[in-house]
Ligand binder design. Structure first.
Ligand SMILES: NC(=O)c1ccc[n+]([C@@H]2O[C@H](COP(=O)([O-])OP(=O)(O)OC[C@H]3O[C@@H](n4cnc5c(N)ncnc54)[C@H](OP(=O)(O)O)[C@@H]3O)[C@@H](O)[C@H]2O)c1
Length: 353
């Protein structure tokens, strides 16, 4: 089976990463890549690492261009995908949306978290959209036609805390999640503070109390816990190009044992090809580290127990452009269309980077 795919928003960082992965996927032919700014230009002139792998040229982003494909990946800014998804969905193509426009089930949440002037205009499509985190929604993804690919920092935070949510350890004070992210998280057209001179050596918080990823983190952890879970989340911009590192602090009434923790993580993720538990007594990486996931779809998870404060400390490291975006989208696509879950994604992380 060869599926024709189109990447809309292909000149951006996530679009480029989608092309890198899809061009090596055995079940896919990339038939279109859109850009307004670069229409008519060879893709490799904007993504030089793809030179020799494709002779595609960017085309104007139009619904007609996208409808030449069986599967469309939307790598558009928030608020743009919502203009595309209903038309594509009605036309019968499968849509994998990497923006936040279909991630939240509650239409009103878009007013609070994304400052939309009114609730989401397509509440029916919100219900149909599958939250594309394969480890947590594998069964719903099979045959899915509309997939909302999770946010990057949300991916790290949710997967790190999912075993605790599932086993009832998140019921008390909200867990505190501290996340760090590299500059590619801001896209290819980041603001002035993402220019090299401002960004180098940086460790700074941003949106420290009301970051929009909180909405999807709480949505997914609440589903797992079977009750409303709230999370205290603060992201930081750091001097990396790729990479997200999340640390969670969960205060519990009764501290689990280390054996309990291993059991919880293995029960949820034991069959996952992309989740590695990193908790070692020897070696140079005893906990997760962004350095050892770059270029791959892996999620490295770890934990430590603090009996003094009854605190469970959890860690997650991912590459934001792969597991936080394009890789997770292709993983979800593989599940949806019955390919091996790791097709096109068998990259060993680069080291050293
Ligand atoms: N960067 C990450 O780590 C990351 C991780 C997870 C999810 N995401 C999400 O993925 C999406 C893309 O992110 P990105 O980092 O790749 O952003 P980006 O580098 O700024 O790319 C945005 C792309 O969308 C196109 N575009 C912008 N406005 C458009 C419009 N009105 N109509 C058609 N095309 C338009 C741009 O190309 P032209 O201007 O040339 O048309 C470009 O190709 C965003 O929703 C982002 O939040 C990003």
């Amino acid at each position: 089976m060869t599926l024709r795919t189109c990447v809309v928003g292909a000149s951006g960082f996530v679009g480029g990463e989608l092309l890198r992965i899809l061009l090596q996927h055995s079940g896919v032919e990339v038939v279109c890549a859109t850009s307004r700014k670069f229409k008519g230009e060879y893709v490799y002139r904007v993504h030089p690492h793809l030179r020799g792998f494709t002779q595609l040229k960017f085309v104007e982003p139009t619904i007609d261009a996208a409808l030449k494909a069986d599967v469309v990946f939307l790598a558009l800014p928030h608020g743009e995908s919502v203009k595309w998804v209903p038309k594509l969905y009605e036309s019968g193509v499968a849509v994998f949306d990497l923006s936040a426009d279909f991630r939240l089930k509650d239409p009103n949440a878009y007013v609070e978290w994304y400052k939309w002037p009114q609730p989401h205009p397509y509440p029916d499509l919100l219900q149909k959209a599958v939250y594309g985190q394969p480890e947590l929604h594998r069964n719903e993804l099979v045959g899915a036609k509309l997939v909302a690919v999770p946010g990057c920092m949300a991916t790290a935070s949710i997967l790190m805390l999912a075993p605790l949510a599932k086993h009832g350890l998140l019921g008390g004070a909200p867990p505190v999640v501290d996340a760090k992210i590299g500059s590619s998280g801001a896209g290819a057209e980041g603001s002035i503070v993402d220019l090299h001179s401002y960004r180098t050596y940086v460790v700074r918080p941003y949106e420290p109390v009301h970051h929009r990823h909180i909405a999807e983190i709480e949505q997914e952890l609440s589903l797992l816990a079977g009750k409303k879970i709230r999370v205290a989340f603060t992201p930081h911009a750091v001097d990396l190009v790729r990479g997200i590192f999340a640390t969670g602090h969960t205060y519990v009434e009764r501290l689990p044992t280390e054996a309990d923790m291993w059991k919880m993580y293995r029960a949820l993720f034991g069959d996952s090809k992309f989740i590695r538990i990193v908790k070692d007594r020897l070696g140079i990486a005893r906990y997760p580290n962004t350095k050892y996931v770059i270029g791959s779809n892996f999620v490295d998870l770890g934990f430590e127990l603090d009996p003094r404060l009854n605190r469970v400390v959890t860690f997650a490291a991912i590459d934001n452009l792969v597991r936080g975006a394009a890789g997770q989208a292709v993983q979800a696509f593989n599940v949806a269309f019955g390919f091996p879950e790791d097709e096109g994604l068998r990259y060993i992380p680069l080291a050293p980077v």
